[in-house]
Design a binder for this molecule. Structure first.
Ligand code: THU
Length: 140
């Protein structure tokens, strides 16, 4: 679902249209290793300096070893030194919202950024916030 989208400029800050971030998530979905579930998921994370970090789900024959697309993107970004984020996009064939574990990770590392969710066509994007998806988060 590659699309031609443009960047928006606002108060000197470069913002990315949801459609564009979703199209990156679609690119990431193409890299999914989901041979057991046949449920490829792609994620794209936008850092505060405009960098896009991709993630896809990676499955294992030892099923619990599987990693979700969102957490692959978030941990990859953190491991590359990114700490502040503007938005995350998630695509799958059903337009599924993030699982509980990913919600906790989004809460801890992304905070209140828009969470764009779409099916793989990218045609209808829903926007969520973690306070609604995880109203009673775990804190230490
Ligand atoms: N999956 C994700 O990548 N993100 C989620 O938020 C939910 C589930 C993956 C894990 C597994 O590879 C497949 O989707 C089916 O559960």
């Amino acid at each position: 679902c590659k699309q031609l989208c443009k960047f928006l400029y606002s108060k000197g800050e470069v913002l990315m249209k949801p459609e564009k971030l979703i199209s990156y998530a679609c690119d990431a979905q193409d890299n999914s290793q989901s041979q057991y579930s046949n449920f490829p998921v792609g994620s794209a994370l936008l850092s505060d300096d405009g960098k896009v970090i991709l993630g896809c789900n990676v499955e294992s024959a030892v099923y619990p070893n599987t990693l979700c697309a969102e957490r692959v993107a978030i941990y990859s970004a953190i491991s590359q030194g990114y700490t502040k984020f503007k938005a995350i996009a998630i695509v799958s064939k059903t337009g599924a919202k993030p699982c509980g574990s990913c919600r906790q990770t989004i809460y801890e590392y992304l905070g209140n950024v828009p969470i764009y969710v779409s099916d793989s066509t990218g045609s209808k994007i829903s926007t969520y916030y973690i306070k609604d998806l995880l109203p009673y988060p775990f804190d230490l």
